[in-house]
Design a protein around this ligand. Sequence first.
Ligand SMILES: *Cc1c(COP(=O)(O)O)cnc(C)c1O
Length: 361
Amino acid sequence: MRAEPQSFDRVLSSMCTEPHPVAREAAVRFLATNPGDPGTYPQVSELEREAVSRLGDVAGLAEASGYVASGGTEANLQAVRIARERADDHRPNVVMPESGHFSFRKAATVLEVDLRVVPTDDDHRADLEAVRQAADEETALVVGVAGSTEYGRVDPIPELGEVARAVDALFHVDAAWGGFVLPFTDYEWNFAHASVDTLTIDPHKMGQAAVPAGGLLVQDETLLDELAVDTPYLETTSQATLTGTRSGAGVASTVAALEELWPGGYAAQYERSQANAEWLAGELEALGYDVVEPTLPLVAADVSTPTFEALREAGWRISRTGSGELRVVCTPHVTRAMLEAFLADVAELTPQATAPVSSCD
Ligand SMILES: *Cc1c(COP(=O)(O)O)cnc(C)c1O
């Protein structure tokens, strides 16, 4: 029997989504290309320069430098690597709020840096005072999160940048998930708002590109030199990427999605996703659940383990935060109709649910 991928009908847990049709088409067309070998695959290399430039437009960076990585994990690891290479210390440290993504734990292990994880405040944002206290002269990198994976929170990015400067550390912003919705909010999160050195932004999440497509952007091209190694058998002389052979499909679909959707299409999608998140949060609250206010299109609610398991049993692809809350990510494939069906199932599992489930279009 021919294997088929899952349908997205009941997927509420993923940071990724269905690629936009133009992104899917571009991915298929460029499937057999390798931007890691520009001498052999010049067309896709040219496209990668365009992808980086367009990602710079999204993140407030004119004259953008960087590359299309395999995802946020690689981009974050490379940001840590740049900072480590730049630091004089034998074993430098990285300061990160506890809302930081687990990819930094992998980076810290691989690169042998100390990861100093500091608490967040009552609203799940980096506690500035705690970051200030943890940062010292051995700090190579301070990390801020712009759209946290668990609660969609945005750290005080300009202030964190100042903390980094004060100890002569680099400042990295992880906008892997948030990067394609934040331009349509009032948050300060990117190169234009703060002294950001490096930034992660994933086209394969809210950017609607095909997997794998992550983005690493650097404020100053010379930061990439920290990563460069010689490449004897290729026509190009050095390589700053972590992997060698890379996905041309990811690169081409990134350009196609950005060409099609930036900025109007992404803005409209953000409005839909945010309205869906606020609607779901309101309905869950009406059913009596504690809900973490969705400041970006991501809802967390305190649903009991038996209810959570029954929903999984009913086929809903849902996940939990570290402290056990149900987590629903309102990605582009998540429609109001899907959420209505989901909510009806939640209501059925809620003891003494009295609030009627309102139907919206
Ligand atoms: C998803 C995510 C990552 C990891 O990205 P991958 O593409 O899964 O490697 C890193 N940081 C944040 C904030 C994320 O949401």
